[in-house]
Design a protein around this ligand. Structure first.
Ligand code: AMP
Length: 514
């Protein structure tokens, strides 16, 4: 896919903004209390670029970061983009073994490490060599350069850019990979720019919007849901180091946040938090839940408690984080839907042979547009599987209602086959979540001599509520075809979640699968 328009690149997004509104605050770092204007943000990105260029980082080189959320991610995103170098964040929740696979795959020229991860880096360096090692905030790493000193001493003039197009890669993000090895999605400049355009128009972002980042910036959500689009329109980001439910509720109110992203588990944590009842969300014009299915019961309970707008969004690393949109009015009317496709995008729902299914039927969601990634880093097989004729095969099941609203229906592969019938986990889980005692539910398959596979539902009840296995199965039988009803229900204290709120079914399968 080419970008036939004037090729705005990621570095331009910040320099243009700094030209338009230099004295507006673009980012407040809540950890240090420092507010950065767009002029300062742009100057930092230039300094970083000039410094790294002097160290030999050039177009196409990867630069990894292993650090908590901070302004450094912003410097790197825009600064590396100016050099045509590639940002490759590392997920610090992974083990050294998982990380060394990713680091070896990325072959980064430089790594930037925060003080919290010095030991993890030492483990990593036993397996992988990084020509340049940089420590931030005084991270005690033998032989490392100091980030702060390097950036402070560098020139703040815009570096001379190499020749780049929208197709050049700006960022490699490794997807959580529910099966097999992690894959590095290659995000070209064009994807990031078009995500800004799509988000700004489809979500109606404004210069007076304020949005917090509480989720990790090694993930697409932290970097691209609101950070780049809000910088595009000249809004303000309030950057938090991490998430804690009480602190984040206070932050939303104190900073007058207007648009707030969360994953379903965050919304549940907020609702369980002691200060939720008294929380005043009058500054917030919309909450957005994404990253994992948000149970309609949660959306209804939130609305009943707080009113206001809670929308669902859907996206994925490979196709951009914001793929759908809906109006405020629709978010109350079509609870459970993710909305309609964003402006500059095409979507289809297809069967296993790639043919469009009838309206209302469930199939795989495939997406085409300037926001689709360039494939997977050093993985042509995975690229060929996911990207066909420019269409990205998401692996997510979806259906469209008569009005055109889309509903996600689980992962394509997250199903069990019982007696030859496909049973989609998401459908059965949704029914369980409608039961008043059920807070969380995850379906996995267990081998069965007669049926091949049968369903096992792992349930976490709401605090203070109980239910029996028989009661839940009876509830389910009233609502679903017999073959979809799980054979067993197991009660657990909690479900294992990934940082982005997805239930880690592989862990459940390990524990209960046999
Ligand atoms: P990631 O690339 O890690 O952001 O994960 C993307 C995946 O998260 C998608 O392919 C979906 O499976 C899932 N996802 C994101 N948003 C939603 C949503 N609103 N409802 C259901 N699943 C979602």
């Amino acid at each position: 896919m080419t970008n036939d328009l004037y090729p705005t690149l990621v570095g331009d997004l910040l320099s243009k903004r700094a030209e338009l509104t230099p004295e507006r605050v673009g980012l407040l770092d809540t950890e240090t209390g420092v507010a950065y204007t767009y002029r300062e943000l742009n100057a930092r990105a230039n300094r970083l670029a000039n410094w790294l260029r002097g160290l030999g980082v050039a177009k196409g080189d990867r630069v990894a970061i292993l650090a908590q959320n901070s302004i450094v991610y912003v410097d790197l995103l825009y600064g590396l983009a100016r050099l045509g170098a590639i940002l490759a964040p590392l997920n610090w929740r992974l083990t050294a073994r998982e990380l060394s696979y990713i680091a070896a795959d990325t072959q980064a020229k430089a790594i930037i490490c925060g003080p919290e991860y010095v030991e993890l880096l030492a483990d990593l360096c036993r397996e992988v060599e990084f020509p340049i090692v940089i420590g931030i905030e005084g991270a005690p790493i033998a032989g490392a350069l100091s980030y702060e000193e390097g950036v402070a001493a560098a020139d703040e003039a815009e570096p001379e850019c190499p020749s780049l197009t929208g197709e050049d890669i700006c960022c490699i993000l490794y997807t959580s990979g529910t099966t097999g090895r992690p894959k590095g999605a290659m995000l070209p400049h064009r994807q990031i720019v078009w995500n800004c355009i799509n988000t700004a128009i489809s979500w109606g972002l404004r210069a007076d919007d304020v949005s917090p980042i509480m989720t990790p910036m090694f993930h697409a959500g932290g970097l691209f849901v609101f950070l780049t689009p809000l910088f595009y329109v000249g809004g303000k980001i309030v950057l938090a180091r991490g998430f804690d439910s009480e602190g984040s509720l206070a932050l939303i109110q104190r900073e007058g946040c207007t648009i707030v992203l969360g994953v379903p588990t965050l919304f549940q944590m907020w609702m369980n938090s002691p200060s939720f009842a008294a929380a005043d969300f009058s500054s917030v014009r919309a909450f957005l839940s994404g990253g994992a299915p948000c149970p309609p019961s949660l959306i209804r309970a939130w609305r009943a408690a707080k009113g206001g707008v809670l929308r669902q969004g859907y996206g994925l690393t490979e196709v951009g984080v914001n793929c759908f949109t809906m109006t405020d009015e629709e978010s109350a009317r079509v609870v459970g839907s993710v909305g309609k496709p964003i402006f500059h995008s095409r979507m289809r729902i297809v069967d296993g042979d790639g043919r469009d299914v009838a309206r209302g039927a469930t199939g795989e969601l495939i997406i085409w547009g300037p926001h689709v990634c360039a494939g997977y880093w050093r993985n042509p097989e995975a690229t060929a599987k996911s990207l066909r004729d420019g269409w990205f095969y998401t692996g997510d099941m979806a259906r469209q209602d008569a009005e055109g609203f889309y509903y996600l229906a689980g992962r394509y592969k997250d199903m069990i086959i019982s007696g030859g019938e496909n049973v989609y986990a998401a459908e059965v889980e949704t029914v369980f979540l409608e039961h008043p005692a059920v807070g969380e539910a995850a379906l996995i398959g267990q081998p069965d001599e007669k049926w091949g596979e049968v369903g096992l539902m792992v349930v976490v009840t709401h605090p203070g509520r109980t239910a029996t296995e028989e009661e839940l199965l009876a509830f389910c039988r009233e609502r679903l075809a017999r073959y979809k009803v799980p054979k067993r229900v197991i009660f657990a204290d909690s479900l294992p979640y990934s940082p982005y709120g997805k239930v880690m079914k592989s862990e459940l399968r390990e524990k209960y699968g046999s």
